[in-house]
Design a protein around this ligand. Structure first.
Ligand code: GDP
Length: 694
C-alpha cells in the first residue's frame, strides 16, 4: 500500500503558547476548518476536543500531549499537543523533540508572557522552526506591532510581519496579506457562526501606505538570506509572491526568522491563512537532516535519512494507558516504513516488540492503518516494554536515537489505599502511570512499608492522585509532601570494608578499600576498579559495585540518596574458599558507609526557579514573603503595570505559596515554578532536617 501523502506534503507541528493565549481555541478552529470535527468545541464550556482528560477540563489546562491528524489543501498535518503549564515542561520537551515546526501563539494584549520565554528557549535548543500567530486581535488593547517588538526584546527573535490587521479590537475584521498584496475580510463573525467565511479583496485604501511600508520591511529583512533576491531588491526589480515565500521559507527553516501572522481564533478570523502559512513556511520531514543515533552493536554513530526506503527507525514519545485498548504508545517514524503486526527492536532495552495495531489518532477518535511511513505520527497497540524516549527500529539495523533526558523528581508524598479493595488496584494503577510518565516514580519505603510517589511538583502529584481516583477508581489517602533531599560528601576519603565471618562451617570473606571523591553537582555516580591484578578476583568486582550502589540509596546523614560521587576500588583481599559475591557486596556497602561518615557529609536540596507576576502595589509584600522563604531574588522587571519577579527558592519553603500569593495580591498574582538545580543547605537547615528525621 503506497503512502497517502507524499513526504513533502506532511507537516508535523505543535502549538506552543502561554496558558490562556488561546491554544485550545485555535486548535479547535484548525480541526474545524480542516474538516475533522463538525461541531466546534468551546473551551469555555469545557467540551474542547483536544483537552480530553477530565482534569484538564476542570483546570482548564492541557497536560498530556495528544497527537491529532488532519488535512489542509492536500497536506497532512499532525498536530502534537504541547502543554502550557511549566510544571509539565517535560511534556513540552518531549513533544518538541518529535515535531518539526511550531506555531508560537501569543496573545495580542499580553504579548510575550514569561512562560512563552521558557518554551521559546526550549524550541531554540532543538532548532525548531517557528511561525508566530498573534491571537486575540479583537481584544481591547490588542497590539500586533507591540507583540512583535516584544519578540525581539524578550526572545531575541527576528519577527517578520507577513500580515497587518484590518481594524483592531472589536473592529478587527481581517488582515492584509503583505506577500500576496491582498486582503482577507471575514464575515459571519458571530461567535456562534463557526463557518465564518472570508473573501479575498483588494487592500483597503486607508491601509495602502502602511501595507507598502511593512512589505518593504519584509522584503528588506529576508533579502539578507538570499543573494539573488538581494540583487533583485537593490536593483529595484519587482519580486513575486512566490519568490518572497521561497526565501522566507528558507530562512524560517533555518530558524533565522519568524513569520508573524495575526487573527482572532475565537472570532474565527485568521485561522485559514495560518494553515496556509504552515504549508508555506514550516518544514516537511524531508526538509530535515538525517536523524543521528548509535549502532548498538558496533557503537558507531549512524544516521537514517527521512526516506521510506531507509531502514525503520522511530522514537516513542508518549505512553498512555487507554481504558479500551490497554497501552497506547505514540511514536514518530524517522525513517523507513513498517506494517501492522511487524516485529521491531528496542535497542535501549534489548527487547523485541510487536506492533500489533497502528492507529491514527484524532483526540479520542481513531482509525486503524495497515502501514506507517517516514514522518508519520501514530499510536501503536501491542508494545510492551518500550517507554517514553525509547527508540524502536529494524532488528537487523539497530540504531539508538539520542534519548531524552528526564530530570529526577524533587517532591514525594506517601500514599495509601483507603480500603482493602483499593490495595491491589493501587499498585497496578501506579505502575501504569509510571509507564506513561518518566518523571513520575513509585517506591516502597523499606522502613515504614509505605508507598511513596515522587514527581516534579505539587501540582504534578495532585493530578496523579486525581487520575487514580477518576480513571482507575482507586481511592487513596496521601501524606504531606516531602522534599527529595540528596546527600553527598565534602572531602575525598579512603575507607575500608571488611566482612569476615569464620566461625565453623562455610565462612564469609570480603574485604575492600575504596577511594570516594566528591564530584561536581549533576555528576551522578561513577565506579572504577584500580585494584591491582589478583588482589580481588575479577568475578567479585561487580558485586562490590552493587554493594556501593545499594549503600548510596540511603545516605548516612538522614537516609536520603547519595549523589555526585566517584568511587574507586583500589585494594582489598579475598579468601579462596570463603569469599563470595554476597560477602563482597556487603564489604562494598560497609566501605561506602564508612567513607561517607568520614567525608563530612552534607545535604543538598532542590532549588526551584520561580517567576511571580504581580501588580506593582504588591511588590513589597511579595518580596517580604519570599524572603521569609529563603528566596534569592534574581531580577525584577516591569511590564506594563505589572512587576515580574524572578527568584531562586528552595522547594521546601514553597508549600502553600499559592495561597499566600493569592491573599497578598487579592488573587491578581500568578506564579510559575520549575526545578532548577540542587544546592547545599545551610548548617542550620541541615540540623533541623536531620533532627526531624531522627
Ligand atoms: P489555552 O489556555 O492557550 O488553551 O487558551 P484557550 O483556548 O483555553 O483560551 C483561553 C481563553 O481565551 C478562553 O476563554 C477563550 O475563549 C479566550 N480566547 C481564545 N482566543 C480568543 C480570541 O481570539 N479572542 C478573544 N477575545 N478571546 C479568545
Amino acid at each position: 500500500m503506497p503512502r497517502k501523502y507524499p513526504l513533502n506534503k506532511v507537516r508535523n507541528i505543535g502549538i506552543m503558547a502561554h496558558i490562556d493565549a488561546g491554544k485550545t481555541t485555535t486548535t479547535e478552529r484548525i480541526l474545524y476548518y480542516t474538516g475533522k470535527t463538525y461541531k466546534v468545541g468551546e473551551v469555555n464550556d469545557g467540551s474542547a476536543e483536544m483537552d480530553w482528560m477530565i482534569q484538564e477540563r476542570e483546570r482548564g489546562i492541557t497536560i498530556t500531549s495528544a497527537a491529532t491528524q488532519c488535512e489542509w489543501e492536500g497536506y497532512c498535518f499532525n498536530i502534537i499537543d504541547t502543554p502550557g503549564h511549566v510544571d509539565f515542561t517535560i511534556e513540552v520537551e518531549r513533544s518538541i523533540r518529535v515535531l518539526d515546526g511550531a506555531i508560537a501563539l501569543f496573545c495580542a494584549v499580553g504579548g510575550v508572557e514569561p512562560q512563552s520565554e521558557t518554551v521559546w528557549r526550549q524550541a531554540d535548543r532543538y532548532h525548531v522552526p517557528r511561525i508566530a500567530f498573534v491571537n486575540k486581535m479583537d481584544r481591547i488593547g490588542a497590539d500586533l506591532f507591540g507583540a512583535a517588538k516584544m519578540m525581539v526584546e524578550r526572545l531575541h527573535a527576528r519577527p517578520v510581519l507577513v500580515q497587518i490587521p484590518i481594524g483592531i479590537e472589536e473592529k478587527f475584521t481581517g488582515v492584509v496579506d503583505l506577500v500576496e498584496r491582498c486582503a482577507y475580510i471575514w464575515s459571519g463573525e458571530d461567535q456562534g457562526d463557526y463557518g465564518a467565511t472570508f473573501d479575498k479583496v483588494p487592500i483597503p485604501r486607508t491601509l495602502l501606505s502602511t501595507a507598502a511600508k511593512y512589505r518593504e520591511k519584509l522584503i528588506e529583512t529576508i533579502a539578507e538570506y538570499d543573494d539573488l533576491f538581494m540583487e533583485k531588491y537593490v536593483s529595484g526589480v519587482e519580486v513575486t509572491a512566490q519568490e518572497i515565500k521561497a526565501v522566507l521559507r528558507k530562512a524560517t527553516l533555518k530558524a533565522l526568522v519568524t513569520p508573524v501572522l495575526c487573527g482572532s481564533a475565537f472570532r474565527n478570523k485568521g485561522v485559514q491563512p495560518l494553515l496556509d502559512a504552515v504549508i508555506d513556511y514550516l518544514p516537511a520531514p524531508s526538509d530535515l537532516p538525517p536523524i543521528v543515533g548509535q549502532n548498538t552493536e558496533t557503537g558507531e554513530s549512524v544516521t537514517r535519512a527521512p526516506d521510506d526506503g531507509a531502514t525503520f527507525s522511530a522514537l516513542a514519545f508518549k505512553v498512555i494507558s487507554d481504558p479500551h485498548v490497554g497501552k497506547l504508545t505514540y511514536i514518530r517514524v524517522y525513517s523507513g516504513h513498517c506494517e501492522e503486526g511487524a516485529f521491531m527492536y528496542n535497542p535501549g532495552r534489548d527487547r523485541n516488540e510487536r506492533l500489533n495495531r497502528l492507529l491514527l489518532m484524532h483526540a479520542n477518535q481513531r482509525t486503524q492503518v495497515e502501514e506507517i511511513f517516514t514522518g508519520d505520527i501514530v499510536a501503536v497497540v501491542g508494545i510492551k516494554e518500550t517507554k517514553t524516549g525509547d527508540t524502536i527500529c529494524d532488528p537487523d539495523h539497530p540504531i539508538l536515537i539520542e534519548p531524552m533526558i528526564f530530570p529526577e523528581p524533587v517532591i514525594s508524598i506517601a500514599i495509601e489505599p483507603r480500603t482493602k479493595a483499593d490495595e491491589d488496584k493501587l499498585s497496578t494503577s501506579l505502575s501504569r502511570l509510571v509507564d506513561e510518565d518518566p518523571t513520575f516514580r513509585v517506591m516502597m519505603d523499606q522502613e515504614t512499608g509505605q508507598t511513596i510517589i515522587s514527581g516534579m511538583g505539587e501540582l504534578h502529584l495532585d493530578i496523579i492522585v486525581d487520575r487514580l481516583r477518576r480513571e482507575f477508581n482507586v481511592e487513596a489517602n496521601v501524606g504531606k509532601p516531602q522534599v527529595a533531599y540528596r546527600e553527598t560528601i565534602e572531602e575525598k576519603v579512603e575507607a575500608e570494608g571488611r566482612f569476615v565471618k569464620q566461625s565453623g562451617g562455610h565462612g564469609q570473606y570480603g574485604h575492600v578499600w575504596l577511594r570516594i571523591e566528591p564530584m561536581e553537582p549533576g555528576f551522578g555516580f561513577e565506579f572504577a576498579n584500580q585494584a591491582k591484578g589478583g588482589v580481588i578476583p575479577n568475578e567479585y568486582i561487580p558485586a562490590v559495585e552493587k554493594g556501593v550502589i545499594e549503600a548510596m540509596l540511603t545516605g548516612v546523614l538522614a537516609g536520603y540518596p547519595m549523589v555526585d560521587l566517584c568511587v574507586t576500588l583500589f585494594n582489598g583481599s579475598f579468601h579462596p574458599v570463603d569469599s563470595s559475591d554476597l560477602a563482597f557486596k556487603i564489604a562494598g556497602s560497609m566501605a561506602l558507609r564508612e567513607g561517607a561518615r568520614k567525608g563530612r557529609p552534607y545535604l543538598l536540596e532542590p532549588i526551584m526557579s520561580l517567576e511571580v507576576v504581580i501588580p506593582s502595589a504588591n511588590l513589597g509584600d511579595v518580596i517580604g514573603n519570599l524572603q521569609q522563604r529563603r528566596a534569592k531574588i534574581e531580577e525584577i522587571k516591569i511590564r506594563n503595570d505589572l512587576q515580574i519577579l524572578q527568584a531562586d527558592v528552595p522547594l521546601s519553603e514553597m508549600f502553600g505559596y499559592a495561597t499566600d500569593l493569592r491573599s497578598i495580591t487579592q488573587g491578581r498574582g500568578t506564579h510559575t515554578m520549575q526545578f532548577s538545580h540542587y544546592a547545599r543547605v545551610s548548617n542550620e537547615v541541615q540540623e533541623h532536617i536531620c533532627g526531624k528525621i531522627i
